[in-house]
Design a protein around this ligand. Structure first.
Ligand SMILES: [Zn+2]
Length: 231
C-alpha cells in the first residue's frame, strides 16, 4: 500500500511526545505523593470543603478503584478520586482532587468548552472508529470522496483533543486559585501542586500535538495518492 513509509515518522513522533509527557507526570506524581501537606487533611475532605466554600454543593465525592483514575463526570456531577488519592493528604493528592473540583466548577459555571466537549463525545467516538477504515478503503479503491470523508472523520478526534486543552488547563488554573484562596497548602506546597498540574497539562498538549501530526500524515498520504493518479 502506498504512503505507509516515511509519513509513519509523524505517528512515531506523536507517540514519543506522549511517552515523554507521561513519564513527566508519573515522576511529578510519585515525588509529590510522598510529600505530606502541613494541614494533613485527606484529599476527599479537602475537596468537599473546597467545593462548599466555592458555593458548589451539588457534587458527590466518591472513591474509585485503580491508580490515576480520578475524574469528574458532568452528567451526574460525581467526582471520583482513586484509592491512592481519596484518603491521602499528599501534595499530589490534593492537587489532583482540586483539579477535578475545577471541572465541577466549570460545570456549575456552564463553561462553554466543557459543554462543547461533553456533547461532542458520541460523534467523536463514532468518527474516530470509522475514520481509518474509511480512509484506507478509499485509498485502495482510489476513490477520493471516501479518502476525504475518512480525513474529515479523523478531524473530529483532532477537534476533540484541541477542545480538551482549554478544559484541562482551565480546570488546573481554577484548582490552583481555589487552593490558594482556601489556604489548604503553604507556599512551598503550592509550588509542588503547580508542578503536578503542569506536568499533567503537558500530557494533553502532547496528545493534541500527536493528533495534529496524525492528521498531517493522512493529508500527506492523500496528496501522494493524488500525485500517483496524475502520473
Ligand atoms: Zn481534567
Amino acid at each position: 500500500m502506498y504512503g505507509y513509509d516515511s509519513t509513519y515518522l509523524l505517528v512515531i513522533l506523536g507517540l514519543v511526545l506522549g511517552m515523554l509527557a507521561q513519564s513527566g507526570v508519573k515522576r511529578a506524581y510519585e515525588t509529590y505523593s510522598r510529600v505530606h501537606t502541613q494541614a494533613g487533611i485527606p484529599a476527599s475532605s479537602m475537596v468537599q470543603d473546597l467545593l462548599r466554600r466555592n458555593g458548589n454543593d451539588r457534587v458527590t465525592v466518591q472513591k474509585i478503584a485503580g491508580s490515576l483514575t480520578d475524574h469528574y463526570n458532568p452528567a451526574d456531577e460525581t467526582l471520583s478520586l482513586s484509592e491512592g488519592v481519596y484518603a491521602s493528604d499528599s501534595v499530589a493528592a490534593v492537587a489532583v482532587a482540586a483539579h477535578e473540583a475545577g471541572h465541577a466548577m466549570q460545570k456549575m459555571d456552564a463553561y462553554a468548552p466543557l459543554t462543547l466537549r461533553s456533547i461532542s463525545v458520541p460523534v467523536v467516538n463514532f468518527g474516530s472508529q470509522a475514520a481509518m477504515p474509511i480512509f484506507f478503503v478509499g485509498l485502495i479503491m482510489s476513490f477520493r470522496p471516501l479518502v476525504y470523508l475518512g480525513i474529515g472523520l479523523f478531524g473530529l478526534s483532532v477537534f476533540f483533543s484541541l477542545i480538551t486543552l482549554p478544559v484541562e488547563l482551565d480546570a488546573s488554573h481554577r484548582a490552583l486559585k481555589m487552593l490558594e484562596a482556601g489556604e489548604y497548602l503553604n507556599a512551598e506546597e503550592m509550588v509542588g501542586a503547580k508542578k503536578v498540574l503542569c506536568s499533567a497539562a503537558m500530557t494533553y498538549v502532547a496528545s493534541a500535538l500527536a493528533s495534529l501530526l496524525n492528521l498531517a500524515r493522512l493529508l500527506m498520504i492523500a496528496q501522494r495518492g493524488n500525485r500517483n493518479r496524475e502520473r
